[in-house]
Design a protein. Structure first.
Length: 185
């Protein structure tokens, strides 16, 4: 399997880092692209510099390289996850604006009929945010707000992160054992 992972400037960068680690452990090829603000938030929230983040992915592409392989529909990928997804990125995708590699790869993912998951983190949500999410949901994009459940009785922040990463992997059809499922002992 092969997935594109985008990290943009929304808070909750820990989910993007944890997703990359999970995909690496599952031996799934990842193509990482990070926005300038995504790089800033990962370092600010997680203490991880871009070089270390890049080491978690099989491949890294510069966000301004619109000639990168992931910018083309002929590049075969099983899907794309943008985690976290800023409202700026979500709005650009919803309106067909491909002004960087994250938004171009998402546009290609949509046009090729592949799975696209966006994990936005914003509160409160404006009507504009909600309308952009609805527009994308109507064409099959999965919108997964960064809102983990508590029925698992998480004990640590890591437990909460695993719940969300597990749900993303579920949506992509990837088998994992990151978290306890409802009804399991």
């Amino acid at each position: 399997m092969r997935f594109i992972v985008g990290i943009t400037g929304g808070s909750c960068a820990i989910y993007g880092v944890a997703l990359l680690k999970a995909l690496e452990q599952l031996k799934i090829e990842t193509h990482l692209v990070v926005s300038r603000m995504g790089e800033y938030v990962v370092e600010h929230e997680c203490g991880i510099r871009l070089e270390e983040l890049k080491s978690l992915a099989a491949y890294h592409h510069d966000n301004y390289d619109l000639a990168a392989p992931i910018a083309s529909g002929s590049f075969k990928a099983d899907g794309m996850i943008i985690v976290p997804c800023s409202m700026n990125t979500l709005g650009a995708i919803a309106n067909g604006i491909s002004n960087n590699l994250v938004t171009r790869a998402a546009d290609v993912t949509i046009k090729e009929g592949r799975k696209l998951i966006l994990l936005p983190r914003e509160t409160p949500l404006s009507v504009i945010h909600l309308e952009n999410m609805l527009k994308l949901a109507r064409i099959g994009v999965k919108i997964m707000p960064a809102a983990p459940g508590f029925y698992h009785q998480p004990q640590t922040i890591g437990d909460l992160v695993h719940i969300m990463v597990g749900r993303m992997l579920d949506q992509m059809g990837i088998d994992h054992h990151l978290c306890k499922r409802w009804g399991e002992d």
